[in-house]
Write a protein that binds this ligand. Sequence first.
Ligand code: PEP
Ligand code: MG
Length: 608
Amino acid sequence: MTDPKPRKSRKRPPRQEHTLHGESVSPGIATGPAAIVRESPMPTLAERTSSLGTDAERARFEDAIARSLHQLEKLQRKLDTLPEEGRVEIGSLLAIYQRMLGQSRLTRAIRAKIDSHALRAEAAVLDETEALARTAEAAPTNTPEEEEAARRRAGEFREIGRRVLRNLTGVSFRAFSAVPPGSILVAEQLRPADAALIDPGKIRAVLTEAGGSSDHTAIMLRALDIPAILAVPTLLDRVTDGDTLIVDANDTDDGTITIHPASETLCRAKLIATEQAKTRQGEKRLRRLPAKLTSGELIDLQANVELPAELPAIKRAGAAGIGLMRTEFLLGNDETMPGENAQRTIYAEFIEAMAGNPTTIRVLDWGGEKGRERLAQLGMAHTTEGENPALGLRGLRLLLRHPHILETQFAAILRAAIAGSVRVLLPMVTSAHEIIQARDLYERTARRLRRKGVALPEALPPLGIMVETPAAALTADTLAQHADFLALGTNDLTMYTLAVDRASAEVAPLYTPLHPAVLRLIGTTANAAMRTQRPISVCGEMAADPRAVALLIGLGLRSFSMSASAIPRVKKMVRALSLEQCAQLRRQVMLETDPAELRTLIRNFKPD
Ligand code: PEP
Ligand code: MG
């Protein structure tokens, strides 16, 4: 159904080392053959004739064209960040795509086909792009260069066809299981649910044409500790299955992909990779040492988790517990939604593996970009629609609208809680009545289970809240009256405070928690937790940045949860810091009002 697919052997121009650039979202360096995983060819259309009528099909087609053009414009805007040479070459390719979607032979033929044959838009797009691709392939060629050009042209028609079809149907399917072990996965786009399917033992690195550093796909890849570069324009036109690649995602500003590296370049990259593996080994030695400031205070370093596959890494990193379990990924990839028993088994596996250390289970944070497939399956796709899904029915709001889902999850967690130390976390809280309603359901669920004779812990697991909206941060003292603990979600807090979409490549340079507005909200929340004597932790990506952690300690925070792979480097920083240094950093930073200067202050911070 999907690539990697066998390719016809063909003469190609000599392979020369060249590079592509994108956004490093998960650090590391890797070498290996490319395995291209494309969206599957669209399913064969059982029904080619439209039941909606010609006008409706034309409208669907125009909408898909508009979306496709919008996506290409986004890519075009990214070109500004590329070196001159790449900008010219890639810019012209995007221009070809845009021309194809304008008043071209292709779009005219598709419209005509919809009109004259009463076809569904999908059928017309498929027929026409494939016909043009075949014509391009069949054109007579005399040289390998001409053959390559014809192949490219055919590829361009198919690529544009796939883009329009995807926008028409929203369907995508890929089989990662077909990727040979040791490969570098190359795809146009990777959704969070796709990333969750990747086996970190099998795939050395991930490259995609779309995406951004703070979306959930990036978080997943960091969590899985897979070097990754996203937002690489025209990646799929430049890389062929089996090409040898070097993926260098160590520079956070500029990820570099070397295609067909010369043997010396490849040797050098392999040496660096070995060196890094050694450094990581050294970090692992930190595992048994306490996360203690030089002034004696203990800092709690826990792990964020999305999948059972991460448990070995969590153990290796010496995490003091799971500070955030994102259940939306755990429950999102099976054929059907796991019921109470199946969920209980999943949670119990983590709780038991933590051997007495706490496991903080967050109930489903669906909505926004998360859980689309599952919501569609449950007939709730409308929740992710609308102009601003991140501001719509998401997290706890969605669960309170569908309490049976929340009740099942509460019941499963409560039953699993007998296996160890558990905390329950509510996502996307904005006001006290949401917590009151959730707690009411939580306690009713516990009473119902007890009546049925189910063994539950004597004291119910603490019920806490994510502070990840400005509303929650500003009223943290009020909310804390109803919550047993607070967890600062700096990813969403940054997005909602700065009005910058965390998943958008276009505004990625504006997205940073190191902004005075975000830091003040963090400070307000930390003070509220202190005044109300509620435990508080930080579980956004900020907690994985050692220098930011120094500042957060200065702001009064003592508990952090992050990708397991970040724990050693954060611990190393913690062990080099004194409380006074952190306080001094806080004093300097909180006086700074310019975001750029503020970031420089933090970037230049070094413990004594
Ligand atoms: C956050 O928003 O910071 C957070 C930890 O939650 P998520 O990244 O899952 O939205
Ligand atoms: Mg969040």
